[in-house]
Structure formats: C-alpha cells, structure tokens
Ligand binder design. Sequence first.
Ligand code: RI2
Length: 337
Amino acid sequence: MGYSLYQTMNKTGAAHNTFVFIQHQYSIRMSLFETADQIRTMQIRGAGTIARAAAAALSEYAQSLSASDITDWKKEMQHAADTLVETRPTAVSLPNAVNIVMQSMQDTTTISEAKSAIMAAASSFITSSENAITRIGSLGSHYIRDGDVVLTHCNSQAALACLLTAKNEGRDFKVIATEVRPWWQGHKTIQTLNDAGIRTDFIVDSAVRYCMKEVNLVIVGADAIAVNGAVANKIGTSQIALAAHEARVRFLVAAECYKFAPKTILGDETEIEERNPDEVLAPQIRASLPFVKVRNPVFDITPPGYIDLILTEIGAISPQMAYIIMRDYLGWNKNIR
Ligand code: RI2
C-alpha cells in the first residue's frame, strides 16, 4: 500500500513542515471538495502534487458516488472534475491529470465498470507521475558537475529530484535557493536541501542577478509549457532566465510530460493566476494606502529563447520540441476538451 507525500503550507504563507500523507490506494480521508479547497488555498501546492492529489480525489469520489443510472453518475463525476480544475488556473498538470482520469470512463456502460476505470486510471497516473520525477532526477543529475553552483527557484519536486540525485551520486556542488515571495516556497526547498546535506545559499528573490556571476547552472520546475516551448513557472522565473541569459549560464527546466499544455496548440494562452493581494500586504496597511493597488501575479512566462533544455521523463528536449511531446506522449487530441 503506497503513500504519497503532499507538502502543505499554512494560510498565512509561512512555510512549515506539516505533511499530509495521502494513501492513494483508494481510501483517502479527505473528500474531493476538501481537496479542491486545499488546492485553492495552497495547502496542497506544486504542479505535480496538485495533479496527483486531484487524481486521488477523483478516485475516492468515484468509489463513494452512487446514482440511479450511469448518465447521472457520469454527470456527477464531471461536476467533481470541473470543481477540481477550477481551483487554480495556471498549472496545466491539473486539467491534464483530471482529463486522463476522466477519459478512462468514456466507453463504460455501467457504474461499476466506470468506477473501476476511474480508480485504475488514477492509480496509474499517480504511479507514473512519481516514476517520472525519479527519471527526471536521474537525467538532470548528469548536468550537475563537481564544483558547480546551481540556482533554483521556488519549490519544484522535479528540479529538486535533479539536485538530490546528483548528491546521492556523490557530486559535490552548492545550491543557491531563492526565498519566493509571497508564499515563501523557498523555505521548503532549503529544508529539503539541508536534510540532504547539500550546501545552500539562501537569497532574497531580488538578489538573483547579483549572484548570477557565481552560478553555473539554473534548474527550475514548470507549471505549464506551451506549444512554442514557453514555460510558465513561479513568478520571478523569467527574470532569472534573463539574468542567466545575460551571464551565459545554462537554464534547464525539469518538467514531467503532463506539464505540457495541449490547448495552446489551438491558440489558448496560459492564464496567469493573480491571487489575493492580502498575501502580499496586510489588509490594514492596504486600507491606509488608498492610491496603492497591490498586485499578486504568481506565475510568469519564460520565452523559449531563454531555455536551453527541458528535462522530461522521456529525455532532454529543446523547447522547440514541445509539440512532439503533446502529440506523441500526451495525445493532445484526447486531452483537449
Ligand atoms: P513541481 C509550483 O507552483 C512552482 O511554480 C513550481 O516551480 C511548480 O509548481 C512545479 O512544481 P505553486 O503551486 O510540480 O507553488 O515540479 O504555485 O513540484
């Protein structure tokens, strides 16, 4: 019986070490709507983690859902799927995971058949997603050499897998990790790096360009990758890419194939989530500044020209190959709805 680890954060944004263990063999304690709420409020966060949590929630919901006929049952499942997808707009891993799970029931004709299909698809998605991170870690570790200084931003399981694998393989390197306003995901990153015994410098987000002269390699994660190879990731990523480009430092993105966004083939743009300004400045301070509008965009887009490679579970690709991933590995025609 396997357990997935979902890191959580509290609502004020302070990172802490609480972990929610979700048993993904179909007996999760949280309901689907609680999971949706936890994704919305960042207690469950990180593009891959959100995707696995959504798949697990659909599986549990399918088990507990009863209806008089299969049409009503499928309608209820679709409502649940839509609830999950609407929680956060940018990470495409979420709709991709939900679509993969939901498609499994398409040709089923009985409730029991549909339940089994959903449960099997969710379990298979979760397992393959975890395996993908392991494979990306093995691949990414090859790019890290003794003596390197690797900069990472935010808290990406895929990017961290590269660093942790390199450390396990005996490589001696240092990491520079950013703080990541306003949710302080950098605190989680430095905890993980510290636990692994990896030497780390912790900097405020605005110190990136100053420190870039020491850096040999940047590795970040991704929330969504468009058909032209542009990467949506935590706010600040594109500035880091710019600074890396200026300093001729290699910029790698570690991302599972389900982070590629098939809808961008049809011209959809990646929506950038703007969260509550209270996360940036306390409401009482904002109230005292009537001419100030506090904004909180939490992702930005790094153009493909600033990205050297995208590390996926099927290999390292240039950003220009994004379409191939969508066509051959994601089945873009099936995943657009
Ligand atoms: P993994 C996170 O978003 C960060 O932007 C991170 O780089 C990205 O998801 C990918 O993370 P947020 O949920 O899937 O913290 O690699 O807003 O863990």
